[in-house]
Ligand binder design. Structure first.
Ligand code: SAM
Length: 350
């Protein structure tokens, strides 16, 4: 079996978050997606080669993201082309992909698209929704009016239905809901979002507002700490801690009155989890970032384009991982100083 690299803090590579677009069909002010994609997007064959190379280094889970991944017309084709990596034996020396997941705002997830994604071999979908009324959705998604918010809300609620009907079963963790909470934006939506998730039988993942990029106007005062979110929801529906799975991003809580239903909180600001972070991010134009908060990435295109040496891509990725020392969120806690010009969330894909 090829040797799997460990980074400078002894962390293995396990999860690849691959952005398929930098642009989005929403304009959430906490994210500030690009209006256009970068000129040099990777081709489908280049993306497959990338995933295969990272699987050889230890990646077992692929999360497709953006921008908005459903804007990518060849998404289903990409998922289908990755299936041979899924079908490898667990002890295959080339590595094996265990899971392919998608993070989306759900606006473009119609019934047919959901069925096509399932048929292509997608395992899990996480849909993002930051409110349960038109005004809140509009405010968080950067839309002009509550009516526009209502229209998006309706589409996301339909997307939940379509995903479930296509076979993405929330009881098996195949369908979840993400919500970013900011103090002045949608803190009042905590209980309504939890009520919606409970009604739908979905795990709700509440994300602390993060200082990713340099155009979302992040201020520490706008962060609603995960502990406060849990306390507010726990006061309405008693919760029991389950903990964070190794290498995971979310601390999980069990609703005492609902067998098997969980609430999750991603506390990257107040309780960072860099210590066992196993995630690599690659943008839609092939730049690899070893941390969500990294200022600089490594352009992998030279190793992907025609004429490149076959082994070069894996060597470049291996080098990158062996040199990785990022633990930005923990350092943020240790010293309040900010680093210069980080990359934007929509470019990195969350
Ligand atoms: N458009 C897709 C979606 O809405 O899920 C995928 C990309 S989006 C960047 C992935 C996740 O990152 C979403 O759940 C989004 O809410 C979250 N996100 C974006 N900016 C964030 C920020 N500044 N802090 C915390 N989460 C953020």
């Amino acid at each position: 079996m090829a040797e799997r690299p460990l980074d400078l803090h002894g962390r293995p590579l396990g999860v690849l978050r691959l952005s398929l677009t930098a642009r989005c069909n929403l304009a959430c002010p906490y994210c500030c997606p690009d209006l256009e994609d970068p000129p040099d997007l990777l081709t489908l064959a280049e993306r497959v080669a990338l995933v295969e190379a990272t699987v050889g280094l230890g990646v077992h889970t692929l999360r497709l993201t953006g921008g908005e991944p459903l804007l990518h017309r060849r998404l289903e084709e990409l998922i289908a082309a990755l299936q041979p990596l899924r079908q490898r034996e667990p002890n295959d020396p080339r590595g094996a992909l265990r899971e392919i997941a998608l993070t989306s705002n759900g606006v473009l997830l119609g019934a047919e698209r959901a069925r096509q994604l399932k048929a292509a071999g997608l395992d899990r979908i996480t849909l993002s929704l930051d409110g349960t009324d038109g005004a809140s959705v509009a405010r968080m998604a950067g839309l002009g009016s509550p009516a526009a918010g209502d229209a998006v809300l309706e589409k996301v609620l339909a997307a939940i239905r379509h995903a479930r009907e296509a076979g993405f079963d929330p009881a098996r963790g195949a369908l979840k809901l993400n919500a970013v909470i900011t103090r002045s934006g949608n803190a009042d939506q905590l209980l309504p979002l939890a009520a919606l998730a409970r009604e739908q039988g979905l795990e709700l993942r509440l994300i602390e507002f993060m200082d990713v990029g340099n155009r979302n106007g992040w201020e520490p005062e706008q962060v609603l700490p995960a502990a406060e979110m849990v306390a507010r929801i726990g006061a309405a529906w008693p919760l029991e801690p389950v903990g964070r799975t190794p290498h995971g991003t979310a601390g999980r809580w069990r609703f005492r009155d609902r067998d098997g239903l969980h609430l999750a909180v991603v506390a990257s600001i107040t309780a960072p989890f860099c210590g066992d972070c196993n995630r690599l991010r690659i943008t839609a134009d092939g730049v690899a970032y070893s941390c969500l908060f990294a200022a600089n990435g490594t352009d992998l295109k030279p190793w992907l384009r025609p004429g490149a040496e076959a082994a070069g891509l894996e060597q470049a990725l291996r080098r990158l991982w062996l040199q990785r020392r990022d633990r930005y969120s923990e350092e943020r806690q240790e010293a309040a100083e900010r680093r210069p010009a980080p990359a934007e969330m929509a470019y990195l894909g969350g």
